[in-house]
Ligand binder design. Sequence first.
Ligand code: GLA
Length: 632
Amino acid sequence: MPEFNPSQLQYGGDYNPDQWSRDVWLEDVTLMREAGVNLVTLGVFAWANIEFAEGDYHFDWLDEIFELLHENGIGVDLATATASPPAWLTVKYPEVLPVTASGTRLSHGGRQGYCASSPIYRERAKALAEQLAKRYGNHPALKMWHVNNEYGCHNPMCFCDVSAASWRRYLRERYGALDELNKAWGTSFWSQRYHHWDEILPPRQTPDGTYPNPSMMLDYYRFSNDEILSLFTMERDAIRAVDPLHPITTNFMTMKHTKFMNYWKWAEEVDFVSTDHYLIADDVDNHIDLAFEADLTRGWAKGKPWLLMEHSTSAVNWQNVNLAKLDGQMLKNSLSHVARGSEGAMFFQWRASVSGSEKFHSAMVSHTGTDSRTWRNVVELGEKLAELSDVTGTDTEPAQVAIMFDYESWWALSQKNLPSDNIDYTHLAHEWYATLWQLGVRVDFVSPKASAAELSKYPLVLAPMLYLMSEQTEAQLIEYAENHGSLVVSYFSGISNERDTVKLGGYGGKLVREILGVFVEEFSPLLPEATQVLSNGMAAHRWSEVSEARGAQVLASFTDGAASGSVAIAKRQGSKPSWYLATSLEQQSLRNFFTQVVQELQLVTAGGNGVEVVKRGSRVFEIDHNSGTISF
Ligand code: GLA
């Protein structure tokens, strides 16, 4: 497997020269050199400018650009241009277009307008990837391959008949016998039993006020993820057959609400992880969100080099109000990623478009040109990255705390008919992460498949709302808590198995009942505006539950409502202490809770209260979000 081992930090962005005339290309390379750009991502959305009709390829402009970039010492991350099928393809084969859950076939005109199961899309995408690999696989400017773009961003699920056939094939493979599927989905409920495979449809829109079977829906998330991932591996293998030397990646999406792709799985298929991150402008703590996402990316990469493939120099174009970045914010954002292991800082995009729906998205070269704050920032960042080249190839110092992050729990909790609409998987994970960030405690991320041995590297493992818990995950967590370290587990964890079948005999399964020592018998979620003061004076919201301690020490109990007197916070002594949080603590209380945990476990802290301190290689990055100062 070719490795991604750059000799310097990568700097540049998406480059779309096909939107510009040749005289602009010359200015581009001059400016790229001025800014210290050493890598550009070429041709992400260029399919229609390369293939004019089926099999009618035009590479002249790409040939020229390759030469020009090479002459100027700029490397190429070549996209396979398959992210947006051209109009000729969807006119000739309209069945390529995706269909929504309510049966509407979408039109050409945006981007990513294809169904992942479409054999025609697959055939044409593979052919294009092969053509590009044959033509540019040996070009000295080529540094890496960039397959498609942000898979599943706009078309994470398709509900057409072609998808339905593929879905049935997937289910046959997963369950073998129809009876197994009926058992897994609990189809004795609401007359949902299947007597023949052909009766199974995708989870299309159901009558008002009802929703598809949740276990089926969960499998549709899995199927859709795997189907899209197989698009990637198809292109990857087509390139690899021609060019065995250059690493192949595809850019993941680390934005707060991108849930459809299970990147633990994707990370196993790419030669190296790359990702895109955009700030949510109206989130005042969006730098903490950035740190969360960068640490999560580092988790997927498992200590191997990864790359921030896109972020923005300033405003984006797709939020309600697209705030410009403050002075110094871009530098802080880029360095916060580099501190967490990114082998550089790349942007969308090099030069701001003048037409199309992204014309008001910031870029490295803005509409104003070089007489601008953006350009000065871009040149400054290029200088800093050059100064930092010694961190290239080094890892960030591992944290002492790990969050177990699980897409499948997120998928199950994204559905309807749960005890409350007021519980949110990623929200809770973010709250815990942010609290520790403010306490100066760094956090790594681990997959629910992590073994007890992997977990044992951490004195503390957190399981916020790990709703689905397979036997295997539960066994590893138990082994960890009994022999290696401390757990903090939240309410609504371990409720169902991987089929979303509820575990009987006390909610939370063996982990909560026997290891954490709390017997939970009924949920009692709180109304959105309700706050409850617990017996220890802490403030809680969103959740309570009727329970009793069976082995745990009760640190706080609920004081009101159906759960009055039940366990709110419990502690249990295993090899080390572990905690069960049966509610969502409000900000200050959560901080107090984690302060106690950190003190008791004697975890190392650095920075905190708005200051992040991250060690990478021989550098200590210190980014002070209060004063704006940065040192490294
Ligand atoms: C995504 C895409 C880019 C661009 C940016 C805009 O990350 O990959 O092509 O559309 O969003 O923020």
